[in-house]
Design a protein around this ligand. Structure first.
Ligand SMILES: Cc1cc2nc3c(=O)[nH]c(=O)nc-3n(C[C@H](O)[C@H](O)[C@H](O)COP(=O)(O)O)c2cc1C
Length: 240
Protein backbone atom coordinates (compact mmCIF):
# COMPACT_ATOMS: atom_id res chain seq x y z
CA UNK A 1 0.00 0.00 0.00
CA UNK A 2 1.33 3.45 -0.90
CA UNK A 3 1.47 6.29 1.59
CA UNK A 4 -1.16 8.09 -0.49
CA UNK A 5 -3.55 5.12 -0.11
CA UNK A 6 -2.79 4.74 3.59
CA UNK A 7 -3.43 8.39 4.42
CA UNK A 8 -5.99 9.21 1.71
CA UNK A 9 -3.86 11.92 0.08
CA UNK A 10 -2.95 12.67 -3.55
CA UNK A 11 0.75 13.52 -3.12
CA UNK A 12 3.33 11.80 -0.88
CA UNK A 13 4.09 15.08 0.90
CA UNK A 14 3.44 15.80 4.57
CA UNK A 15 3.75 19.35 5.84
CA UNK A 16 5.67 18.90 9.08
CA UNK A 17 3.83 20.04 12.19
CA UNK A 18 5.79 22.97 13.65
CA UNK A 19 4.64 24.03 17.10
CA UNK A 20 4.85 27.74 17.81
CA UNK A 21 5.28 28.91 14.22
CA UNK A 22 2.14 27.91 12.30
CA UNK A 23 -1.57 27.44 12.71
CA UNK A 24 -4.44 25.85 10.75
CA UNK A 25 -3.90 28.14 7.74
CA UNK A 26 -0.73 26.38 6.55
CA UNK A 27 -2.35 22.97 7.14
CA UNK A 28 -5.44 24.00 5.14
CA UNK A 29 -3.29 25.21 2.23
CA UNK A 30 -1.28 22.00 2.05
CA UNK A 31 -4.24 19.64 2.47
CA UNK A 32 -6.24 21.48 -0.17
CA UNK A 33 -3.24 21.24 -2.53
CA UNK A 34 -3.22 17.43 -2.21
CA UNK A 35 -0.56 16.90 0.46
CA UNK A 36 -1.15 16.26 4.16
CA UNK A 37 -1.40 19.46 6.18
CA UNK A 38 -0.52 19.23 9.87
CA UNK A 39 -1.68 21.12 12.95
CA UNK A 40 0.84 21.10 15.83
CA UNK A 41 -0.97 20.86 19.18
CA UNK A 42 1.89 20.70 21.72
CA UNK A 43 1.74 24.41 22.58
CA UNK A 44 -2.04 24.84 22.38
CA UNK A 45 -4.46 24.93 25.30
CA UNK A 46 -7.51 22.71 24.86
CA UNK A 47 -9.55 25.80 24.07
CA UNK A 48 -7.08 26.95 21.40
CA UNK A 49 -6.93 23.42 19.99
CA UNK A 50 -10.72 23.39 19.61
CA UNK A 51 -10.65 26.75 17.84
CA UNK A 52 -7.88 25.59 15.47
CA UNK A 53 -9.57 22.25 14.71
CA UNK A 54 -12.90 23.96 14.05
CA UNK A 55 -11.24 26.37 11.59
CA UNK A 56 -9.31 23.53 9.93
CA UNK A 57 -12.38 21.36 9.53
CA UNK A 58 -14.37 24.27 8.10
CA UNK A 59 -11.77 25.04 5.44
CA UNK A 60 -10.84 21.63 4.05
CA UNK A 61 -12.64 18.42 3.22
CA UNK A 62 -9.29 16.70 2.65
CA UNK A 63 -7.40 14.58 5.19
CA UNK A 64 -5.26 16.43 7.74
CA UNK A 65 -2.90 15.51 10.56
CA UNK A 66 -2.94 16.65 14.19
CA UNK A 67 0.37 16.35 16.03
CA UNK A 68 1.07 15.84 19.73
CA UNK A 69 4.10 15.33 21.94
CA UNK A 70 4.35 12.23 24.14
CA UNK A 71 7.10 13.29 26.52
CA UNK A 72 7.01 13.01 30.29
CA UNK A 73 6.77 16.55 31.65
CA UNK A 74 9.98 17.46 33.50
CA UNK A 75 9.98 17.93 37.28
CA UNK A 76 10.47 21.67 38.00
CA UNK A 77 14.14 22.33 38.79
CA UNK A 78 15.01 25.93 39.79
CA UNK A 79 18.77 25.48 39.33
CA UNK A 80 18.34 24.06 35.84
CA UNK A 81 15.90 26.84 34.93
CA UNK A 82 18.38 29.47 36.15
CA UNK A 83 21.22 27.81 34.19
CA UNK A 84 19.43 27.91 30.84
CA UNK A 85 18.21 31.43 31.43
CA UNK A 86 21.81 32.48 32.12
CA UNK A 87 23.00 30.66 28.99
CA UNK A 88 20.42 32.45 26.84
CA UNK A 89 20.85 35.88 28.49
CA UNK A 90 23.24 37.23 25.79
CA UNK A 91 20.72 36.31 23.07
CA UNK A 92 17.83 37.94 24.93
CA UNK A 93 19.95 41.09 25.20
CA UNK A 94 20.99 40.97 21.54
CA UNK A 95 17.43 40.51 20.32
CA UNK A 96 15.84 42.93 22.77
CA UNK A 97 13.76 40.25 24.51
CA UNK A 98 12.64 40.83 28.08
CA UNK A 99 13.48 37.59 29.99
CA UNK A 100 10.65 38.35 32.43
CA UNK A 101 8.21 37.78 29.56
CA UNK A 102 9.45 34.19 29.08
CA UNK A 103 7.17 31.95 31.14
CA UNK A 104 8.76 29.56 33.63
CA UNK A 105 8.19 25.81 33.41
CA UNK A 106 7.38 23.60 30.44
CA UNK A 107 5.71 25.35 27.52
CA UNK A 108 4.68 22.12 25.85
CA UNK A 109 2.09 19.64 27.12
CA UNK A 110 2.02 15.90 26.30
CA UNK A 111 -1.04 14.19 24.77
CA UNK A 112 -3.69 13.65 27.46
CA UNK A 113 -7.09 12.02 28.01
CA UNK A 114 -8.65 15.50 27.74
CA UNK A 115 -6.96 16.11 24.37
CA UNK A 116 -8.08 12.67 23.17
CA UNK A 117 -11.70 13.41 24.14
CA UNK A 118 -11.57 16.66 22.18
CA UNK A 119 -9.90 14.99 19.20
CA UNK A 120 -12.63 12.32 19.14
CA UNK A 121 -15.11 15.02 18.08
CA UNK A 122 -13.03 15.76 14.97
CA UNK A 123 -11.62 12.31 14.11
CA UNK A 124 -8.70 13.55 11.99
CA UNK A 125 -7.55 11.18 9.25
CA UNK A 126 -4.05 11.19 10.72
CA UNK A 127 -2.60 11.77 14.17
CA UNK A 128 1.17 12.05 14.53
CA UNK A 129 3.27 11.83 17.66
CA UNK A 130 6.72 13.10 18.63
CA UNK A 131 8.86 11.49 21.38
CA UNK A 132 7.30 8.02 21.12
CA UNK A 133 3.63 7.13 21.44
CA UNK A 134 0.99 7.77 24.13
CA UNK A 135 -0.18 5.11 26.60
CA UNK A 136 -1.75 1.94 25.20
CA UNK A 137 -5.21 3.17 26.30
CA UNK A 138 -4.91 6.57 24.62
CA UNK A 139 -3.40 5.06 21.46
CA UNK A 140 -6.27 2.54 21.29
CA UNK A 141 -8.76 5.43 21.48
CA UNK A 142 -7.08 7.27 18.61
CA UNK A 143 -6.91 4.16 16.44
CA UNK A 144 -10.43 3.19 17.50
CA UNK A 145 -12.06 6.14 15.75
CA UNK A 146 -10.07 5.38 12.59
CA UNK A 147 -7.12 7.81 12.61
CA UNK A 148 -3.89 6.53 11.08
CA UNK A 149 -1.00 6.96 13.50
CA UNK A 150 2.49 8.04 12.49
CA UNK A 151 5.46 8.96 14.68
CA UNK A 152 9.08 10.11 14.46
CA UNK A 153 12.08 7.77 14.79
CA UNK A 154 15.66 9.03 14.92
CA UNK A 155 17.27 5.57 15.14
CA UNK A 156 16.51 2.07 13.82
CA UNK A 157 15.70 0.98 17.39
CA UNK A 158 13.06 3.72 17.68
CA UNK A 159 11.55 2.77 14.31
CA UNK A 160 11.25 -0.88 15.40
CA UNK A 161 9.74 0.22 18.72
CA UNK A 162 7.14 2.41 17.00
CA UNK A 163 6.20 -0.36 14.56
CA UNK A 164 5.89 -2.88 17.40
CA UNK A 165 3.68 -0.49 19.39
CA UNK A 166 1.19 0.18 16.58
CA UNK A 167 2.44 3.01 14.34
CA UNK A 168 0.91 2.73 10.84
CA UNK A 169 3.94 4.50 9.31
CA UNK A 170 7.25 5.75 10.69
CA UNK A 171 8.91 9.11 10.06
CA UNK A 172 12.69 8.73 9.72
CA UNK A 173 13.86 12.04 11.23
CA UNK A 174 17.42 12.76 10.16
CA UNK A 175 19.85 14.95 12.03
CA UNK A 176 19.23 17.81 9.58
CA UNK A 177 15.60 18.20 10.67
CA UNK A 178 14.63 21.59 12.00
CA UNK A 179 12.97 21.92 15.40
CA UNK A 180 13.09 19.22 18.04
CA UNK A 181 14.94 15.95 17.72
CA UNK A 182 12.21 13.35 18.29
CA UNK A 183 14.53 10.88 20.05
CA UNK A 184 12.94 9.03 22.94
CA UNK A 185 14.71 5.73 23.61
CA UNK A 186 18.21 7.07 24.17
CA UNK A 187 19.66 10.44 25.15
CA UNK A 188 23.00 9.53 23.48
CA UNK A 189 23.29 12.13 20.71
CA UNK A 190 26.12 10.21 19.03
CA UNK A 191 23.43 7.73 17.86
CA UNK A 192 21.77 10.47 15.76
CA UNK A 193 22.43 10.11 12.01
CA UNK A 194 21.88 12.22 8.91
CA UNK A 195 18.73 11.41 6.93
CA UNK A 196 20.34 9.62 4.01
CA UNK A 197 22.33 7.37 6.37
CA UNK A 198 19.32 6.68 8.60
CA UNK A 199 16.57 6.28 5.99
CA UNK A 200 17.73 3.11 4.13
CA UNK A 201 18.47 1.39 7.44
CA UNK A 202 14.96 2.08 8.74
CA UNK A 203 13.41 1.08 5.40
CA UNK A 204 15.24 -2.24 5.66
CA UNK A 205 14.25 -2.79 9.30
CA UNK A 206 10.48 -2.14 9.28
CA UNK A 207 7.51 -3.30 7.20
CA UNK A 208 5.40 -0.16 7.56
CA UNK A 209 5.86 2.78 5.14
CA UNK A 210 8.74 5.11 6.00
CA UNK A 211 8.45 8.89 5.62
CA UNK A 212 11.69 10.85 5.20
CA UNK A 213 12.20 14.09 7.21
CA UNK A 214 15.15 16.42 7.55
CA UNK A 215 16.60 18.94 5.13
CA UNK A 216 14.24 18.14 2.26
CA UNK A 217 13.38 21.42 0.55
CA UNK A 218 12.60 20.70 -3.11
CA UNK A 219 11.39 18.07 -5.57
CA UNK A 220 14.88 16.66 -6.08
CA UNK A 221 15.21 16.09 -2.34
CA UNK A 222 11.88 14.23 -2.33
CA UNK A 223 13.02 12.15 -5.34
CA UNK A 224 16.31 11.30 -3.58
CA UNK A 225 14.44 10.16 -0.46
CA UNK A 226 12.05 8.04 -2.57
CA UNK A 227 15.06 6.48 -4.35
CA UNK A 228 16.32 5.38 -0.93
CA UNK A 229 13.03 3.68 -0.18
CA UNK A 230 10.93 6.42 1.42
CA UNK A 231 7.18 6.23 0.81
CA UNK A 232 6.93 10.01 1.15
CA UNK A 233 8.55 13.10 2.62
CA UNK A 234 7.74 15.28 5.62
CA UNK A 235 8.93 18.84 4.97
CA UNK A 236 9.08 21.57 7.59
CA UNK A 237 11.56 24.42 7.23
CA UNK A 238 10.92 24.85 3.49
CA UNK A 239 7.30 25.79 4.25
CA UNK A 240 8.46 28.54 6.58
C1 LIG B 1 10.15 25.39 13.89
C2 LIG B 1 9.92 23.90 13.93
C3 LIG B 1 9.05 23.37 14.88
C4 LIG B 1 8.80 21.99 14.91
N1 LIG B 1 7.87 21.50 15.81
C5 LIG B 1 7.50 20.19 15.71
C6 LIG B 1 6.36 19.71 16.42
O1 LIG B 1 5.67 20.43 17.13
N2 LIG B 1 6.07 18.38 16.31
C7 LIG B 1 6.79 17.53 15.51
O2 LIG B 1 6.46 16.35 15.46
N3 LIG B 1 7.85 17.97 14.81
C8 LIG B 1 8.21 19.28 14.88
N4 LIG B 1 9.25 19.73 14.11
C9 LIG B 1 10.06 18.77 13.32
C10 LIG B 1 9.38 18.45 11.99
O3 LIG B 1 8.32 17.53 12.21
C11 LIG B 1 10.33 17.77 10.98
O4 LIG B 1 10.99 16.67 11.54
C12 LIG B 1 11.37 18.73 10.43
O5 LIG B 1 10.82 19.99 10.19
C13 LIG B 1 11.94 18.18 9.12
O6 LIG B 1 13.10 18.87 8.76
P1 LIG B 1 13.10 20.20 7.87
O7 LIG B 1 12.65 21.30 8.78
O8 LIG B 1 14.54 20.33 7.47
O9 LIG B 1 12.19 19.98 6.71
C14 LIG B 1 9.50 21.11 14.03
C15 LIG B 1 10.35 21.67 13.07
C16 LIG B 1 10.57 23.05 13.00
C17 LIG B 1 11.47 23.60 11.92
Amino acid sequence: MTLQQLLGIELPIIQAPMAGVQDHRLAVAVSNAGGLGSLPAAMLSLEALRTELTALQAQTRKPYNVNFFCHTSPVPDAAREAAWRAALAPYYAELGIDPAQIAAGPGRAPFSAEAAALLAEFRPAVVSFHFGLPSTELLAQVKGWGSKVIASATTVAEALWLEAHGADAVIAQGLEAGGHRGHFLSMDLTEQAGLFALLPRIVQAVKVPVIAAGGIADAQGVAAAMALGAAGAQVGTAYL
